[in-house]
Design a protein around this ligand. Structure first.
Ligand SMILES: [Zn+2]
Length: 160
């Protein structure tokens, strides 16, 4: 089901989400289906969007959904950084279409998480996937890319 995407300024986006519990395994399937439908609807409208975080559709759970070459579900993800190399890029977000923010992200990241079967998985990320998952992970801690702007002149409006 396509859900409403919470938009910049909605207080729920600034909350810290809770871990998914093993009892919620069946619920995760329904949440992931909604995240998928919402992501695909956004793509249809805006021609962009690679991933979405559960709190963006009002589910305060540590759950991310990404669709690149195939769908990925990240349950209770933990991100660490193997080194300190960073880079600066223009970031966007499904919670504020039409706005770009210059942010600094780690070039490389390591993510450990549970997949949809609650099996432990890890992934080494570099470049665009690294910055993408840092962005999505931030949503679980109530952090929006606007809060990571490199300075107060680094927000730009753009055509949607
Ligand atoms: Zn976002």
């Amino acid at each position: 089901m396509v859900r409403e995407l919470l938009k910049l300024g909605n207080p729920k986006l600034y909350e810290i989400s809770e871990n998914v519990t093993p009892e919620e395994k069946e619920l995760v399937k329904a949440w992931a289906a909604d995240l998928h439908d919402t992501l695909m609807e956004y793509r249809k409208t805006y021609g962009a969007g690679r991933a979405v975080a559960a709190p963006q559709i009002g589910i305060q759970k540590r759950l991310l959904y990404m669709y690149t070459d195939k769908p990925y579900i990240f349950i209770n993800p933990v991100i660490t950084f193997p080194d300190d190399e960073t880079y600066t890029l223009l970031d966007d977000c499904m919670s504020f279409p039409g706005l770009m923010v210059r942010v600094t992200r780690h070039k490389r990241a390591h993510i450990s998480y549970l997949d949809e079967n609650f099996q432990a998985q890890t992934m080494d990320l570099e470049g665009s996937l690294s910055e993408l998952l840092q962005h999505e992970y931030d949503h679980l801690d109530g952090i929006l890319a606007t809060m990571r702007a490199v300075d107060n002149k680094s927000l730009f409006t753009c055509k949607t």
